[in-house]
Design a protein around this ligand. Sequence first.
Ligand SMILES: [Zn+2]
Length: 410
Amino acid sequence: MAGSNPYPSDLQVSSDDRHYINNIVIKDDVKETEFREKLRASIAKKLKYLEENYDPFKEKYKDVYVGTGGIAMLYFHLANTYVLGDLPLRDKYLQKSLALVQDSLKVIKKCNIAFLHGPAGLYSIGAVAHRKLKHEAESQEYIHLLIDMFGNLVKKKPFPSELLYGHSGYLHSLLFVNHHIPGSIPDGLIKDLVTFILKAGKSAGASLMNCPLSYSWHSKYYIGGAHGMAGIACQLLQVNQDKNPELKPLLISFIEYIISVQKTNGNFPSSIESGHRDTLVQFCHGAPGVLPMLCLAKSHKLGVARLAEATESAADVTWTRGLLTKGHNLCHGVSGNAYAFLSLFRHTHDSKYLRQARAFAEWIMDREDTEGTPDNPFSLFEGLAGELYFLADMIDPMKSAFPCFEIPHN
Ligand SMILES: [Zn+2]
């Protein structure tokens, strides 16, 4: 960002420069039709900009996180939400998604296992996009490739269990495909993977007092959505609990442990090691990435102690400190934080949270991204594609889901 004052003059910035002071007064009289039209116009404009300024086939990264796989995910989503039109457009987006999947698979490293970093996400998007186009054989081929990855995961180098690179990222791939193509993933495979993840957490368990499952990444016990224990718990909570009854008692004390490290202001530390520092309120680190997991725990009626208070204070800090100066992106920006309100709305049906998500959507639509020159300005997790994904989800909030993290309700 250039100049001594990089922020728009009408906005105040927090003393640590991380977020804008949230002075938004929520309107009670949002006109549904007008808001949707504004969303559609904004999505069309941003998509045009992306398509005119970015050639994914020249992109060096091929993963879903910041590469062409993420653009494939966006096109799949636009097709799936019917956001911009009718059936021919839907099929066109599915074809675009598949072309990117095929191109990305030619060069992506096959040794990684997670949805966001490796072939699993590409196989998953390919399987469901082919299925929607009624290409049964091609869809099955991708499902088999995805299932075959389990052998790699068990036998090869020890992967972490976190979402971005680890076991729970592979679990998300299975859950995603099984959601869109029910019954396509054998229950036994999901069970074996759950057992594997629990074993990994128990074997490290002695390291963290009062925590039945401990997961580290690069020698730190992270808490948040991307690398942390809340992200892992979120994936485990999306597994069919009736078919995996061993999960319940472990999840209760695991989640109670995560809640025990919450700060009095509602935020969560990046890691156990980060101690008193309280700087990040974003999906990858902090309260917004923990909230979807807390919402799932509530829906499952697990009986987790202090869950309601923890959820409420995490929601408060996300609202107060969620308008990030880092930009509009999903991973550490305003779109990602807005998804926390969508989770809260879907699980509680409290319209307050929908209005908060809308307020963040308005913020994104009314302001240019001030992020300056991000490394991956068009990508799903760090750029424009994620913003588009979120705005498309605002059209039908009850069907929304944070991409590569939450499985839609229906
Ligand atoms: Zn991030």
